[in-house]
Design a protein around this ligand. Structure first.
Ligand code: 5CA
Ligand code: ZN
Length: 407
């Protein structure tokens, strides 16, 4: 699938500002911060959208967290293989298409295109591999074949299930106990009560064709992929095993990231990802912002209302990525004021030296992506006078490179 065009990222070391240190982020599986170091190319998988409605601020906040992480790796001089999927065939998409009388392919294409435009406006780095579920059906079929060879697949009617207990480490990503797993599985697309399953938590790998739904003829029968195997197959094919970070919102910790990891471990015998990193949930009007609840604040609507995408980005950056937080609407005016003050500071003929603010930005962001502290450092620089004539351009380059905000 076509991604979008990445913004240019200024090289701070080429500007004489040196390079940053390895970032440390909270690893859900370890329950503690983990330093993401390495010399080679960093490999990042972030779960992409299910394209049945437009990008809301919760999506944008999640993708922004991983955009910051990539910018830190780039600042260290590492290259990044960033892979993201598009769940372009799944229950909620098909249900929305049926309810609105729109062809499901058209709906997915339209919303994916709007997502690309929103990501471009927000200056999000584009994935190297932007991969749809539909174009990955062969990968899924292969991976299910490897699970069959491992004896981890069984049939209920014509559907194929993954035996989660084939992975002795099942549960290691979320750390949830059995009761919580069962409750959350039911809430998030699972089918714990389906008769014929060996264990309530076993998850669907391949769903046989249902009347009126799309299906593909494969060696597994005529049907379509389950959700978790989609991300396992795409990540393994485009990143390989043991990649640096599996990312997404915290609503994906269980079952999605748990199941994908177990499927990959059983199929390959190797660790799936080194760290599991999750962004908090953005709420609105007292509830998690979600397409199914309809309480959405859309990036595209804010843009249509005339808000500068850089102000939208700054508004999101006032929150720590791992926290849950609620959007109230007043943030956008505050972000616009901050953006104007930063732009005025960047347009000065001289300012306080850039090196200290660059170091403060790096220190905050490498410390588990502490964007609020990073913003305060730039505020302080913008509010003080200095006589360094190179500082305005250098500080702007750092704000662009590390925060993705073009002044
Ligand atoms: N296609 C799957 C992942 S494979 C999916 O969850 N799609 S989604 O469109 O529902 O969500 C896309 C991304 O946004 C996911 O990483 C999800 O965790 C994140 N997300 C969804 N709602 C919110 C929210 N309210 N706040 C923060 N992040 C959210
Ligand atoms: Zn996913």
């Amino acid at each position: 699938m076509r991604a979008w065009t990445s913004p240019e990222v200024p090289s701070l070391s080429a500007l004489g500002l040196g390079g940053g240190d390895a970032p440390t982020v909270l690893d859900t599986a370890a329950g503690m911060p983990r330093r993401l170091d390495g010399e080679d190319e960093a490999r990042l998988y972030v779960c992409g959208i299910t394209p049945y409605d437009a990008t809301h601020l919760g999506h944008a906040a999640t993708y922004l967290a991983f955009d910051l992480l990539q910018r830190l790796w780039l600042d260290q001089g590492r290259s990044v293989n960033y892979t993201q999927n598009v769940t372009d065939v799944d229950d909620p998409l098909l249900e929305r298409a049926a309810a609105t009388g729109v062809d499901w392919v058209e709906l997915a294409e339209r919303e994916t295109q709007l997502f690309r435009e929103d990501m471009t406006a927000l200056r999000m780095l584009a994935p190297r591999h932007y991969i749809g579920a539909v174009e990955s059906i062969d990968l899924v079929v292969d991976l299910v074949g490897r699970l069959e060879e491992a004896g981890a697949v069984y049939r209920v009617d014509d559907d194929l299930y993954f035996d989660v207990h084939a992975d002795a480490g099942f549960g290691a990503v979320s750390g949830f106990d059995a009761d919580r797993m069962r409750a959350v599985f039911g809430e998030r697309g699972g089918d714990p009560d389906r008769p014929g399953k060996r264990h309530p938590l076993d998850c669907l790998l391949w769903q046989a064709e249902r009347p009126g739904e799309p299906a593909w003829d494969t060696s597994l029968g005529r049907g379509r992929p389950g959700w978790h195997i989609e991300c396992a197959a795409i990540a393994l094919a485009h990143l390989g095993s043991d990649f640096d970070v599996q990312g997404g919102g915290s609503d994906l910790v269980f079952p999605h990231h748990e199941m994908s990891a177990s499927e990959a471990v059983v199929a390959t015998g190797e660790r799936f990802a080194r760290a599991y990193v999750h962004a908090g949930m953005v709420g609105y009007e007292g509830e998690k912002m979600s397409k199914s609840k309809g309480n959405l604040v859309l990036v595209s609507q804010l843009r249509r209302d005339g808000h500068d995408p850089m102000a939208i980005r700054l508004a999101l950056l006032t929150h720590r990525y791992r926290d849950d937080w609620e959007w109230f609407g007043s943030e956008i005016a505050e972000a616009e004021a901050r953006l104007a003050s930063w732009r005025a500071a960047a347009a000065r003929s001289s300012a306080p030296a850039a090196a200290p603010v660059v170091e403060a930005l790096r220190a905050a962001l490498t410390d588990d992506l502490d964007a609020p502290t990073a913003l305060s450092a730039v505020d302080a620089w913008a509010a003080s006078d200095g006589d360094d004539a190179t500082a305005p351009a250098l500080a702007s380059a750092a704000v662009d490179a590390l925060l993705g905000v073009a002044l």
